[in-house]
Design a protein around this ligand. Structure first.
Ligand code: DP6
Length: 353
């Protein structure tokens, strides 16, 4: 069967009309089917394990980076409001990295528009830093290729390394002990998947769109440092990855779903065993998980995955997504339900498009 990707995965080209020092990029969130959970290097954002995801065709983030020669500091806004505290510090630290590489002292005006609820475990940092990396690369004239953009986006947020690509992507942890520059070995790249045969959809059940009490950054730090289940999960995750790649190659949705669900539940088990425990799964999450089990009992291929929040993403066939969404909508009552397919790579576009 011929490998096919639904979307472009090549390096974004400057959009017509994007001037030097002013660039706008759009990127989509991704959902990991084999999770990233735990860093071996906090500074460089190097993970302990490889991970694999599907970029979505919903909830894009659009970010404009405009260099401001007169400014003494960066101006950063999210959905029109100034960004404060730690989120702002992460953006300015990221821009410092870009400035260092570009040999430029110039501050920037960064304007980000999210269409995904921020901080709710729906990967807003993935689309956010993939868009920021793509726009900042163009505005500061770094000229990175897609691999370079993925490495750069990784420094903002690990999962952002995967949102540089459309369709399915694997993020390589990189060899910890191979010597050389550890930064170079850790980047994402596209995974060839027969998408038409797999016919995948993710039904996103937003049971709670509020910000989470514990950031994923802090939660994974605590898990690695204190959870007796972390190492066993990391070891089993490498085996999950091999099985996942094989299942994707065969376009075997049930095998993909089975591995994704157990990998996610295992990740949450590591957090539940952390000291103190981190529990993102709520009563509403479990209600959706019960509905997913019921769907499977009724013969529908439906498999759940959860990230650093209570929301559930249900992997199913696109052809059955409406039915799955209907059952999930009943279960979430009051929450919102969205159907996502494989989405496009991060790319530049006109500021006013
Ligand atoms: C549970 O990429 O948000 O969504 O690198 O600290 O910014 P930082 O973490 P982040 O973590 C995402 C973790 C996850 C699983 C995944 O996306 O692989």
């Amino acid at each position: 069967m011929a490998a096919e990707q639904p979307t472009a995965t090549t390096r974004p080209r400057p959009a017509p009309g994007s001037a030097a020092g002013d660039a706008t990029a759009v990127a989509h969130p991704n959902i990991a089917l084999v999770k990233y959970w735990g860093k071996r290097d906090e500074q460089l954002v190097l993970p302990w394990t490889d991970s694999l995801s599907m970029t979505l065709d919903v909830f894009p983030t659009t970010t404009r980076v405009r260099l401001d020669p007169g400014a003494g500091e960066d101006t950063v806004t999210l959905d029109g409001a100034p960004l404060e505290g730690e989120p702002r510090r992460r953006v300015t630290a990221f821009l410092d990295l870009v400035r260092e590489r570009a040999g430029s002292p110039l501050r920037a005006v960064v304007d980000t528009r999210n269409t995904v609820p921020t901080g709710a475990g729906l990967a807003s940092s993935a689309s956010g830093f993939a868009a920021l990396a793509t726009a900042a690369d163009a505005a500061y004239g770094l000229g990175l290729d897609a691999t370079g953009l993925s490495r750069l986006a990784r420094r903002g947020s690990g999962s952002a390394s995967r949102s540089v690509f459309g369709g399915f992507a694997i993020w390589h942890a990189g060899q910890p002990d191979r010597g050389g520059d550890p930064d170079l070995g850790s980047y994402a790249e596209p995974v060839p998947v027969p998408v038409a045969a797999l016919d995948p959809a993710l039904v996103v059940a937003v049971v709670d769109a509020g910000p989470k009490a514990v950031s994923s950054r802090e939660a994974m730090r605590r898990t690695v440092a204190t959870s007796p289940l972390y190492r066993p999960w990391a070891a089993s995750s490498q085996a999950d990855l091999a099985e996942m790649r094989e299942a994707l190659r065969r376009a075997d949705l049930d095998a993909v779903g089975e591995v994704a669900e157990r990998n996610a539940l295992g990740m949450h088990a590591t957090m539940l065993a952390a000291r103190p425990a981190v529990r993102y799964l709520s009563a509403a999450t479990l209600t959706v998980l019960d509905a997913v089990l019921e769907l499977r009992r009724a013969g529908v291929s439906a498999w759940a995955t959860m990230d650093a929040g209570p929301n559930v993403k249900v992997l199913c066939r696109r052809s059955e997504a409406d039915r799955v969404a209907g059952v999930v909508r009943e279960a979430v009552r009051g929450g919102s339900v969205h159907i996502a397919g494989p989405g496009p790579a991060a790319r530049l576009r006109d500021a006013d498009a």
